[in-house]
Write a protein that binds this ligand. Structure first.
Ligand code: DGL
Length: 276
């Protein structure tokens, strides 16, 4: 008999499915509950207060459904809301539960990738303006030089299924050349947005040959597996069975139709309403 609750995976919409896919591959025995706030997506251009408020609602909802652990799969939510939730809200919401994000595991590992300490971050406007990647990388690796480029249009390209065509080439090339104009020496690029891995084949066309691209989903999955080993008090509260449930604030037909781009195969979701 299964005890405990699923691992909650929160995202502004579809993007977190790219991360969930890798969680499932790395941790196939656990149950996951994915919650996409598609009715309010995208979060990338929203204010700090707005992202914080929406993310907190999502976390509260997932805790209410019994998730002892919630992962913010969205970079924008991780960058703008995670710290406040961990420091100010968790003790009132559910002190023995945990909320983790995708920024910290990425920044902790970045030193293993760069050889010359020159790193480029590609992300949404919100993630870039939060400076979370700069701050976190400098905590672990003060010598790494970080430059950032916001690529808001990349999210829309992916959401519209425009993964490979002339227009996509134009916008991918434009933002990459802006990034490298800021620092020609970059040897490692982080795709710090859930949507960007889907543009990988176009990104690779315009990336200087020796530049490495960090695969955030794989990295975050490895770190989650490691976290569960180091935190048996959380791990023992997680439900097993290999089941995944999908919830969205949009109409489920819309979610299911689009989700394939991100998850690789069809899924069936259920619409929920967040009224508090
Ligand atoms: N999930 C968001 C991220 O990783 C991208 C989509 C959005 O702007 O909501 O930053």
């Amino acid at each position: 008999m299964s005890v405990g609750g699923p691992i909650g995976v929160f995202d502004s919409g579809f993007g977190g499915l790219t991360i969930l896919k890798q969680f499932k591959a790395a941790l196939p025995d656990y149950n996951f509950l994915y919650f996409g706030d598609n009715a309010r997506t995208p979060y990338g251009n929203r204010s700090f207060e707005n992202v914080y408020d929406l993310t907190l609602k999502g976390v509260r909802f997932l805790f209410g459904l019994g998730c002892p652990l919630v992962i913010l799969a969205c970079n924008t939510a991780s960058a703008k809301a995670l710290r406040s939730i961990q420091q100010n809200d968790l003790e009132h919401l559910a002190p023995s539960n945990r909320v983790l994000g995708v920024v910290r595991p990425t920044t902790e590992a970045i030193g293993e990738y760069t050889r010359n300490n020159q790193v480029g971050i590609l992300a949404t406007k919100g993630t870039v303006s939060s400076e979370s990647y700069l701050i976190e990388i400098h905590k672990f690796f003060p010598d790494i030089n970080v430059v950032q480029e916001a690529c808001p249009i990349w999210v829309s390209l992916v959401e519209n299924g425009e993964l490979e065509n002339d227009g996509t080439d134009y916008f991918v090339e434009r933002h990459l050349s802006r990034l490298f104009t800021k620092n020609l020496e970059i040897d490692t690029v982080v795709l710090a947005c859930t949507h960007f891995p889907l543009l990988m084949s176009t990104i690779k066309k315009y990336l200087p040959g020796k530049v490495k691209v960090l695969d955030q989903g794989a990295l975050v999955s490895d770190r989650l597996a490691d976290y569960l080993k180091r935190h048996p008090e959380i791990e023992m509260r997680l439900e097993r069975g290999g089941q995944i449930q999908f919830l969205t604030t949009e109409k489920s037909e819309n979610f299911d139709h689009h989700a394939k781009i991100f998850y690789g195969h069809g899924i069936q979701s259920e619409q929920i309403h967040l009224d508090h």
